[in-house]
Design a binder for this molecule. Structure first.
Ligand code: AMO
Length: 425
């Protein structure tokens, strides 16, 4: 018999069904026994009645260990007591894979198992509906990001992940041996997306990045995923507008497509507004010291001043930005730059800006940052043969997910986190 997903049972397509999934819960009321079966599309009640259900099925139904994988053949029927109004009366139950007990973590909806233990058993943690809801939402974030840029004529890029030199001054690299040469895991697709935008004009990508900082915080991972774009003939303001449009689009899509998941997580999501404020204005507004980065407290304060808003803090001092960020008005000695950060719900989700497309200025900026232009020869040369002005940004996928699903720790928004202490599973 062909398998029916639980969601299709509720749509009432078939009377005789074969459902497969995981044992979510069992209950024994002596003459009647219940088993809640779970698959990726939902939960359904299987009801065994003494005298009506075959003896062997009635006997075993409440003895199957929780989380075992089973196959149930039976008949659907309407029931006022059953959740969602339909239950299955079973004829046959087959155990496909019995779960060993005790389970190493609590997988109930009220699980109190602490995060690091849950991550040790992440494969089992994925059995939980809450965890499935988080990653169904992340799936929608990625899909709507792709959809938006694909529909706007962008080309999806597949950047290299093994690189020969740093692209983000300041962040540390994981070394890798590449035959006779030294190589690194990519910190960012930065240099490559710029080179592509200088011919194919509009590109987007979702790609992993590796950062070897030894920090162990609730907002950093050592392997993260970034959603990047790069656009030719764009400046700082235009590129921020692209971000405003796509984040609004993503959140609209999550609200539309992930209603059940948001309800399950008890999240009321709103499409955010956008605010554009310069670094100088931000310093005054928050009483910060000029020339310093925003601290986590400053980011929280911005959220209090502009709730439900993506706050674009633009035109940062050149000294606080990467070597590739354009100086204000393309003036070599400008104190300010064309670089920005976006802060949403009290956390930085993005850095970006206009890039330097002039080789001499790029060399000057590299030297100021005490970096060796020789290590960037191919990159600098790429701007010698017809390179338009261009701009781009990167949104951290796990950070955006964590904010949308309301989790404090970024690890909750990463399927298999890699941090200072974790390399398995
Ligand atoms: P940046 O280094 O600011 O900029 O990274 C962009 C965004 O990626 C996310 N992110 C991280 N998430 C989790 N753990 C980390 N260790 C981590 N590091 C970064 C954040 C951050 O805002 N090349 C530039 C972008 C550009 O200019 O296009 C870059 O990588 O959400």
């Amino acid at each position: 018999m062909q398998r029916t997903y639980i969601k299709e049972v509720f749509e009432g397509k078939e009377k005789k069904v074969n459902v497969k999934g995981w044992v979510h819960e069992t209950r024994d009321l002596s003459k009647i026994k219940f088993l809640i079966l779970r698959d990726i599309s939902g939960n359904i009640q299987i009801t065994a009645i003494k005298g009506k259900t075959p003896e062997n099925v009635f006997e075993k139904i409440d003895k199957i260990p929780r989380e075992s994988v089973i196959s149930v053949e039976g008949t659907t029927q309407k029931s006022k007591q059953a959740p969602n109004g339909i239950e299955i009366i079973p004829d046959k139950i087959e155990i496909i894979s019995e779960a060993e007990h005790p389970l190493p973590i609590d997988v109930s909806d009220f699980s109190k198992t602490e995060l690091s233990k849950r991550l040790d058993y992440r494969f089992l943690d994925f059995h939980r509906q809450k965890i499935q809801a988080i990653f169904k939402i992340q799936n929608e974030i990625c899909n709507s990001f792709r959809e938006f840029f694909y529909n706007n004529g962008f080309i999806e890029m597949q950047p290299p992940c093994i690189i020969s030199s740093a692209s983000e001054g300041g962040t540390e690299l994981f070394p890798a041996k590449y035959f006779e040469k030294n190589a690194y895991l990519a910190q960012s697709p930065q240099l490559y997306k710029q080179m592509l935008a200088c011919s194919m004009e509009k590109t987007f990508m979702i790609t992993p990045v590796w950062r070897a900082e030894k920090h162990n915080t609730i907002r950093h991972l050592n392997e993260a995923r970034q959603m990047d774009i790069e656009v030719a003939f764009a400046n700082q303001m235009e590129i921020m507008k692209w971000e405003e449009r796509v984040v609004k689009y993503i959140i609209e899509k999550v609200i539309e497509k992930c209603k059940n998941e948001l309800d399950f997580l008890k999240i009321k999501l709103k499409v955010p507004k956008a605010e554009y404020i310069s670094y100088d204005e931000t310093v005054k507004l928050l009483g910060m010291k000029y020339g310093e980065d925003l601290s986590p407290e400053d980011e929280k304060k911005l959220n209090e001043k502009f709730p439900d808003t993506i706050v674009f803090v633009h035109s940062w001092p050149t000294s606080l930005r990467c070597f590739y960020i354009m100086t204000k008005d393309e003036k070599p000695d400008a104190k300010l730059s064309e670089g920005f950060d976006a802060i949403y719900k009290g956390l930085e989700i993005t850095s970006g800006g206009q890039r330097i497309h002039m080789p001499e200025l790029l060399i000057k900026r590299l030297k100021t940052k005490k970096m060796n232009p020789k290590n960037f020869k191919y990159y600098i040369d790429s701007f010698r043969y017809g390179a338009p002005p261009h701009a781009g940004w990167s949104i951290g996928l796990e950070r955006l997910t964590q904010l949308i699903v309301g989790e404090k720790n970024i690890r909750e928004a990463c399927m298999f986190p890699r941090d200072r202490d974790r390399l398995v599973p």
